[in-house]
Every structure is written in C-alpha cells, then in structure tokens.
Write a protein that binds this ligand. Sequence first.
Ligand code: LLP
Length: 403
Amino acid sequence: MIDFTALAQKYDTPLYVYDFDAMQVQYEALKTAFKGRKSMVAYAIKANSNLSVIKHFATLGAGADCVSIGEVRRALRAGIASYKIIFSGVGKRDDEIREALESNILYINVESDGELERVEQIAAIVGTVARISIRVNPNIDPKTHPYISTGLHDNKFGVDINSAKRMYLRAKNSEYLDPVGIHFHIGSQLTELEPIREAAVIVADLVRSLQTVNIDLKFFDIGGGLGIRYRDEATISPYDYAQAILSTLTALELTVICEPGRFLTANAGYFLTRVLYEKVNEQKRFVIVDGAMNDLLRPSLYGAYHYIEAVGKPDGEGTPADVVGPVCESGDFLAKDYVLAPLKHQDLLVVHSAGAYGFGMGSNYNTRGRSAEVAVTQGKDRLIRSRESFEDLIALETPYLKS
Ligand code: LLP
C-alpha cells in the first residue's frame, strides 16, 4: 500500500506517483504470455516518457516504440539498446530519419509512399541500408473511442494492403531499403479481442503473400492498444491476447513485437491533488482542486473516467460533484457528477489509472508548472522529476522587447 498522505506531505501536490513494482508485474505478465515464441515487448514511450520509467523497463529487458526522435533519444539515454528501438509515426522530418538511421535502430516504421521515398533518399546520403517495416491499416473497427482508434481507412495512420504490397516490392528492389517487418496498430484502450485477431489474420496473410515473391519478413509487430480497467471494463488477458495472435501465425517464423503503453503503466500511476475549497450554486456542487487539465488532460479531452479516491473518506457515499481545476476553461475538470463525501480545504484526492497519458500530455497552460513525479519501489519513494518552477517556465523566452 502506498501512503499517499505521506507522499503529498513530502512532495506537495499536484503530484504524480508511480508504482514501479506494479509496472514490472504488467511487463512480466505480457512477456510470459508470449513465451515459447521469439518476442519483444517494445514499451510505447509516449504513454509515460519519464527517463526513470523507461530505464525501469530497459532493465527488465524491454525495447522501445518511439514516435519522435526525442523519444528515440530518451530510449537511448535510458539504456535501451539501439537494436531494440522502433521509430513509428505518420510524419517524420528528414533530420529525424537521418538521426534514426545513424543511431542504427531496429527499424523505421514507414506509413506512406512519400515517407518510403524520403527514407530511401536519406539512407543513400548517409550511405546505409535502412531497415524498415510498413504500417498496414487493416480497416478494422477496434470499437474504442474515435480519438484513439487508428485502424480504419478514414484515419491518417498506415497504408492499405495493396499499397503495402507495392511498397514492399519497391523496398525489396532498392539497394538502400531492407524490409524486415510489418506493423499494425488498430487503436488504443482495446477491450475486445476479436478486432485484434481479425487484423492479425489480414496482416499474416499479407506476410504469406509476400513470401511468394521472396520477401521474407522477420518481425510481426502487433502494435499496442491492450485496454485496462478504468472503471468496470472487461479487459483482455495477456494470455488470450498472445494466443489469438499466435494462432494467426501458423507456419510463420516471425518474432512477435508488441508495443504496449497503457497496459504497462496506466494502473501503476496516481495523480494526487488537494482540495482548495468547495463551491455550491443552485444547480451544482463543485470541488475545486489544485490539479487541472494541464496536469491530467484525459477527462477534458476524451471525457475519460478516472476513479477518484478521497483519502480517509467513505467510498461512493455523498453527493455528486464536478471536480474542477483552477484553469480558465469550462472544460477543465477531472470528473463530472462524481459522488464524493463532503470535502474541505487540504483534503487529498487520488486520481487512479493516471500512469499512462497523464504527465506526458500535460502542458504549461495558464503558466502552471508541471507536477513533480515520484517513483515508489518496494516501499521506498524517490523523486524522478522535480516540480517545474516559474523560472523553468520562462527560461526559453527571449527578454521582452522594449516598446
Ligand atoms: N503503438 C502505436 C503505433 C501507437 O500509436 C500507440 C498509441 C501505441 C503503440 C501504444 O498504445 P497503448 O498500448 O498505450 O494503447 N492519449 C490517448 C492514447 C493515445 C494512443 C496513441 N497511440 C489516451 O490518453 O487514451
């Protein structure tokens, strides 16, 4: 049990707290599910990119899935070997492609013809052969929130099957490209297995048809997306997930790569915020707290539900309230109509499932410094990112112009 009150006292609020032991349990569950097959868990750094979090997964043997050269640098800095790093993303700048090639990462995940051409040209300039995979969009509805659904043709990610075939042939015939993998990722917070299995069937068939033209891929990258329980969602067990994928790969000698983010970190993270005061008008009760949408954006952006624990108060008793922050936006809330006991100044709220897409989606809106981050391992806490000060916030601004 983590002593949230003690941590809030020691580090102040708003504060992110991560349970590193819980992250390890998740990592091992997934890794074990794929045992018996060559596999790699490439942690999706975007979920929580604190260097200590990445290092924790590096120590456990994870690779990294990155979507910017900044994330590639973080992965390398945290000790993930270059041959375990994948660089994905729908738009990559020339300098990012170049640096990825020079860093000799496992492969670049290509998402368009235009990108394939740029990678080829830059590989020629650098004088290397670029290992690539192609992100295939299998046109499957993942049945998740539209903002985090990525595997349908009406969204920007990946290429359709026919384009992928053409691109693989082109890559095969290029002296600067080496097609080594195939990739799909149909969405995030997936709670149904069938869409993932269907996508895997489609992509595995493509792998087989590429074999007939002597394109032998080594890596079958199934993306991330494993859902977690925020409230009462049914989730997919790692074992069922692995079995569903492996059942589509009969007679294929491929290393399976998965890229979980949320599954590894979400439920290991907590966002701590203190009550400033309550405010009641004729219609509504508001609990005003010191954390806001700039700290945890998911409720505002997706209407996402996060379980809120009012420390020392009875759970599920009280009256509905909107839990809101100090930011000047009506959309600034951590919860709507959430049943909470009466609260007073300095009471502590713990927002659960905040370890993924929490701190990383934070901003400095309203000149609010981002929260500190703390890791807890075997009962010991350690500051892994300091609270941002006002001086930090203005550090990169040029001195103001004289009028
Ligand atoms: N691989 C690729 C190519 C991805 O695009 C993503 C997530 C992942 C892996 C990791 O997905 P995960 O296992 O975490 O579901 N901000 C949103 C989630 C955006 C996910 C973007 N891509 C949220 O807070 O729900």
